[in-house]
Design a protein around this ligand. Structure first.
Ligand SMILES: *Cc1c(COP(=O)(O)O)cnc(C)c1O
Length: 486
């Protein structure tokens, strides 16, 4: 399987690369992304064959069809990391919540958010490739709360990769911050920034553009890679659970093999939703892919009106912070798949230079053949959390709660739950009782009201020693990271 570029080739990058190259060096020509040249077909024969498979067997079966240049033994070791999930035999429980609504819980991994689904195996593969080639990599991550912990956990004490993670001091929940600053690994650095997530992200961007920084990396023999969902190494692992959800509904007799289901995906950078789109294209009977957002509703506008317009928008802080995003990276891969490289380059350049693009009516129709979208306000999210926890016996986090508005009770539906409630306990408690408490007290209160357990890994955070107490203004980030590298 070869990988090609969403914005075409600039004559300096290779025309096509193997998977290993696409994940070690994920930036393609003209600022584009790598995508598979063609997707493997998973016909009904594949689905039948895996009807009784474990999650790991399904994963290896799918990866095999992709034909990527990674040794089967390495893939097996990577997929074995799903053994670190709550129940190794059932890493992604699908919960029957009400007629036709099945919630697929993607957060039973070490950091209690869906980022573990991909980052656990991806980190292992990236580090192993770097070691095989005798190369040293640096991963820089700016996080609003979930990517940071999952990235650190993925690369902790792995060879040939170092991770520096920037988070906005005061801009994450206590649980998210503690997950980062108590993480002990020889190869990790966690830095708090005075400012918000945008400041952390723009600090990272200017660092990547800094000649002095790049010069120094060269001298030290260190290459840069990325662990966010622009990296196809994450996307590939986010296709598998969409197949699993479908098979789960077949196993339960909710649908017959071949009958379609709808899925609802809480979306930010669109990696999760893209995985669902690829699964559909590969032959999994998925009807509509419903994109749930918060008040940062660029994706709703795109899918309803065919317009991606940042000109009148400012990022709003909501109670579902992992979806507080205006530039959603993986939409580009859908544009490429539907409209080709030339048009994708044109649209993305318009977004970069003018702050907007507009699809033609035909293009919009094509998008709407696969996607539907809507958004929820924070008030709506709070009502959903309360209604489901107190009257329907299902406790969900604020990201998951954005899916409910899109549920059509006449259609068998899988809604994705992207975080455990424990990562956002203050928001959940506020929704349930109106009280404002910090994480530690909120966790205990919500557990008392609902009877939901708090996992040991979350409880333990409050007593672990703080390893990284560095909080700096953004001007000092470069200096801090260089100190860490030598
Ligand atoms: C990252 C994240 C999302 C958004 O996922 P994308 O793949 O970026 O669209 C949604 N919910 C939670 C809890 C997350 O951590």
């Amino acid at each position: 399987m070869e990988f090609i570029e969403t914005r075409g080739n600039d004559g300096r990058h290779p025309k096509a690369v193997r998977f290993s190259e696409a994940i070690l060096h994920p930036s393609a020509s003209f600022g584009g992304l790598y995508v598979p040249k063609e997707l493997p077909r998973l016909g009904e024969e594949f689905l039948q064959e895996h009807l009784e498979s474990s999650y790991k067997e399904l994963a290896l079966g799918m990866l095999d069809r992709f034909g990527i240049d990674i040794e089967p033994s390495l893939l097996k070791e990577a997929v074995d990391l799903y053994d670190r999930f709550d129940d190794p035999n059932n890493p992604i429980p699908v919960v029957d919540v009400e007629p036709n609504l099945y919630v697929s819980e993607l957060w039973h991994g070490p950091t209690r958010a869906f980022k573990d689904m991909a980052l656990q195996p991806f980190g292992y593969i990236l580090s192993s490739l770097a070691k095989e080639r005798g190369e040293e990599y640096l991963i820089l991550a700016a996080t609003s709360g979930d990517t940071g912990p999952a990235t650190l956990e993925s690369f902790k004490n792995r060879p040939n990769v170092r991770v520096a993670c920037l988070y906005p001091d005061g801009g994450t929940s206590d649980v998210q911050r503690l997950q980062m600053v108590t993480e002990d690994g020889q190869n990790l650095k966690v830095i708090g920034i005075i400012g918000d997530f945008d400041d952390a992200q723009s600090a990272l961007k200017s660092l990547l553009a800094s000649p002095k920084f790049n010069e120094r990396l060269k001298e030290l023999g260190i290459e840069l890679s990325a662990a966010n969902s622009v990296n196809f190494g994450r996307i590939i692992f986010q296709i598998i659970y969409h197949i699993h959800s479908y098979l789960e509904l077949v196993r339960r007799g909710v649908v017959q093999m071949g009958e379609s289901i709808d899925i609802i995906v809480p979306s930010g950078n669109f990696g999760n939703a893209l995985g669902g789109y690829y699964a559909k294209k590969m032959g999994v009977p998925i009807g509509t892919i419903k994109i749930a957002s918060n008040e940062n509703n660029v994706l709703t506008e795109l899918i309803q009106k065919g317009r991606y317009d940042l000109r009148d928008k400012e990022l709003k802080k909501t109670t579902s912070p992992a979806m507080d995003i205006l530039k959603s990276s993986n939409v580009e891969r859908v544009l490429f798949d539907k409209f080709g490289a030339k048009r994708t380059k044109e649209l993305m350049e318009s977004l970069d230079q003018k702050g907007y693009y507009e699809l033609t009516p035909e293009e919009l129709k094509s998008l709407q053949a696969d996607f539907e979208a809507d958004f929820s306000t924070d008030e709506e999210v709070a009502e959903v959390i309360k209604e489901y926890a107190l009257h329907k016996g299902y406790l969900m986090d604020p990201h998951t709660a954005t899916t409910i508005k899109l549920f059509d009770s006449t259609r068998p539906t899988v809604a994705y739950s992207t975080a455990e409630w424990t990562k956002f306990a203050p928001t959940v408690l506020k929704a349930l009782t109106g009280e404002s408490k910090r994480d530690k007290e909120a966790l205990e209160e919500v557990a008392k009201i609902t009877g939901a357990p708090i996992p040991p890994s979350i409880k333990a955070l409050f007593d672990k020693p703080i390893i990284y107490d560095t909080v700096v203004p953004k001007e000092r980030i470069e200096e801090e990271i260089l100190k860490f590298l030598v």
